[in-house]
Design a protein around this ligand. Structure first.
Ligand code: PRX
Length: 649
């Protein structure tokens, strides 16, 4: 099919009332947004946010300096922008619990009161502006209140996804020296109980976590938990003691709002630090345009608040826009594979945002579970987290959306705060599998990774960089600005380096081709190969490990691990399960390798560098395409690995 043939026209009914219409208007707005930065973003920030002290400067600093600051002389409070200024009687959050009939409608007034009580409770515990507070929470409205309560008093939250292990939680609490941990007794997903408090208890046993002086526990299930007197308190009791009014802290635009840890190419996760005003503007702005959001509509993002998608597109963006945002606690297949569409029909959802991995998993159940539910309220269907393969795109568009909805394929990252490349409903025709064109304010650049030169014009492929600052860019890595510069700003001076490969087609549409570094994307979860390797070598039998990604038809990528065992170790039946358990203990279930093979050696260059390209090819059963192996120190390992992999798969 030619590139032009792939263009899928904008379904007119979906965008009759669109904020911006037509390619021409898109292009002129985009040009203004990147050329007249001060005028464009100054006007947006004045219109979209309530300021305590208005800013005079729009942008200071540069990508080359690593000192980008937006609205640096302005002051505001993020929680005020997300709660106080909206009509108290409007529904802010529709929460749907694990069971479909467990639903709560929470107004802006109620969310504000709960947030204020929590904010006061945190102040009573001694939390002050700039202190770090860790959240290890299930998908309950209290998780959003906890985030906003931190924002209200200027504390910096660090949400840790509730699927991470005690060890992973410990490392994150330690890195940011959190003062308080907010958690729940247990989480619930598809009736399965997740023992959150027990994980927190285990993490906090470590000497390095003595910085934590208090734990507030939300009672979700009432299950039995251990209790540490003097440290633990029920969240509800702490809140009841406090007034539902809390004076917001006056925050500089550049004061940190939160840290969110994400994986990179070393074993140590990076605490990406986001700002207050720039981040909030970016999430609200992109939420409004990408989903063509209009006040009064119900909007649902079914991600978890433990990831950036949940931060930006369940909590901050929608609430800043006064939207009604859905929080979903359960799984897409519980009680059956029609759960999402049941959710859509019962809450009359207008835009729905999920990940390709969920779409691919649901496709396997066929069309019937979708068609059983009325989806006529839908206008926009969003995709995030990984490239969406055209088959999944078409199913989403044709079966779920009945050809009436816009599919928006949103490319972005933890580091970018919000959408960077996406089509916008009403603006551009769609192409299945292409994230399309840049968001306003984003100047994408393709760079030749070897020569470091810009690749201009169409029909080009290179690494994806961003040519100028946008308001949502993470400002630093907590405690390690040098690593921030080295990872993002130094590889291609003057630009922000995404770590992704990208192709520009004949129509100028952008196609993300995947990570060019040692980062995996497993079911939309970002994992570093080095992290998994370090986890494997915590096992007493494993002396060295190499991890590569392999294609997986539902998860996008699967994890394949090669392990070298200690000389005397025997490959007993329980060795592989215990190696997997070591990864679960160090990181969490999401990082469990799909395949592990034990080997006496790894293909290395004479200087001792593991040849991952070779390992990847062997794991993908493409050993006939190994390429140049002449630099291998010991080529005899190759046939042995091929034989082992063929047996294992
Ligand atoms: O490789 C890209 C992929 O996910 C990475 C960012 O992961 P994370 O920081 O966890 O954020 C996920 C939610 C935004 C990117 O470097 N990625 C994300 N969205 C897309 C994507 N790849 C292709 N298409 C997308 N729409």
């Amino acid at each position: 099919m030619s590139e032009e043939d792939q263009l899928t026209p904008i379904p007119e009914r979906a965008v009759a009332n669109a904020h911006i219409r037509g390619m021409h208007n898109y292009l002129s707005t985009w040009e203004k947004s990147v050329d007249e930065t001060d005028a464009f973003w100054g006007a947006e920030a004045r219109a979209a946010l309530d300021w305590i002290v208005p800013f005079r400067t729009v942008l200071r600093g540069s990508l080359s300096g690593g000192d980008v600051a937006w609205f640096p002389d302005g002051y505001l409070n993020v929680s005020v922008n997300c709660l106080d200024r909206h009509p108290a009687s409007r529904t802010a959050i529709i929460w749907e619990g694990d069971e479909p009939n467990d639903v709560k409608h929470i107004t802006y007034g109620e969310a504000l009161a709960a947030t204020c009580r929590l904010a006061n409770a945190l102040r009573t515990l001694g939390v002050r502006k700039g202190d770090r507070v860790c959240l290890y929470m299930p998908m309950v409205p209290e998780a959003a209140y906890c985030m906003l309560a931190c924002a209200r008093i200027g504390a910096i939250h660090s949400v840790v996804f509730a699927g991470f292990s005690a060890e992973a939680l410990r490392a994150r609490v330690e890195d940011s020296r959190c003062k308080v941990v907010l958690t729940a007794d247990e989480g619930l997903r598809a009736k399965k109980v997740i023992k959150l408090k027990a994980v927190v208890d285990k993490a906090l046993e470590a000497e390095e976590c003595k910085c934590v002086t208090a734990v507030l526990v939300y009672k979700r299930t009432g299950g039995a938990i251990d209790w540490k007197e003097g440290r633990d308190q029920w969240m509800s009791e702490a809140m009841e003691k406090e007034r539902p009014f809390c004076a917001p802290e006056v925050m500089n635009a550049e004061d940190p709002l939160f840290l969110l840890y994400t994986s990179g190419s070393t074993g140590k996760p990076k605490g990406m630090m986001h700002s207050s005003a720039g981040y909030l503007l970016w999430t609200a702005f992109t939420h409004r345009y990408t989903f063509d959001y209009h006040v009064g509509e119900v909007y649902a993002c079914v991600a978890d608040i433990g990831w950036i998608t949940g931060h930006s597109y369940i909590v901050y963006g929608p609430l800043c826009n006064g939207a009604t945002t859905v929080m979903f606690e359960s799984l897409p297949t519980y009680p059956d594979a029609g759960r999402y569409w049941d959710l859509v029909s019962r809450h009359q959802i207008a835009s729905f945002y999920t990940a390709p991995t969920a779409i691919r998993a649901l496709m396997k159940y066929g069309d019937a579970p979708v068609k059983k539910h009325d989806r006529s309220s839908l206008r926009v269907l969003g995709s995030v987290g990984e490239p969406i393969n055209p088959e999944a795109w078409k199913w989403y568009y044709e079966v779920v959306g009945e050809g009436r909805c816009c599919v928006v394929d949103t490319f972005w990252q933890t580091e970018t705060g919000g959408h960077m490349i996406t089509n916008i409903p009403g603006c551009q025709p769609m192409k299945p599998g292409s994230a399309s064109l840049p968001m306003f304010g984003v100047r994408p650049m393709l760079v030749d990774p070897q020569a470091g030169v810009l690749l201009e014009g169409n029909h080009k492929e290179g690494v994806l960089c961003i040519g100028q600052p946008w308001p949502g860019i993470a400002r630093t890595i907590w405690g390690d600005h040098a690593r921030y510069l080295d990872t993002y700003l130094k590889p291609y001076p003057g630009y922000y380096f995404t770590g992704d490969g990208c192709r520009r087609d004949g129509d100028g549409y952008l196609w993300i081709t995947g990570r060019v570094d040692d980062v995996l994307n497993v079911s939309g979860h970002r994992l570093g190969t080095a992290e998994i390797e370090s986890a494997l070598v915590t096992h007493e039998a494993c002396v060295e490990a190499a991890v590569v990604g392999i294609p997986h038809d539902v998860k996008g990528q699967g994890i394949f691990a090669y392990c070298i065992l200690k000389d005397a170790t025997e490959e007993t039946a329980d060795l592989i399960p215990s190696l997997k358990a070591a990864v679960r203990a160090a990181i969490g279930g999401l990082a469990t390798p799909d395949h592990i093979i034990c080997t006496p050696g790894l293909p290395k260059t004479r200087s001792g560098k593991i040849m991952r390209r070779v390992l990847r090819k062997i794991a993908c059963l493409e050993a006939d395409q190994l390429g140049d192996t002449s630099t291998l120190a010991d080529p005899s390992i190759i046939p042995l690995l091929i034989e082992k992999v063929e047996k294992a798969l």
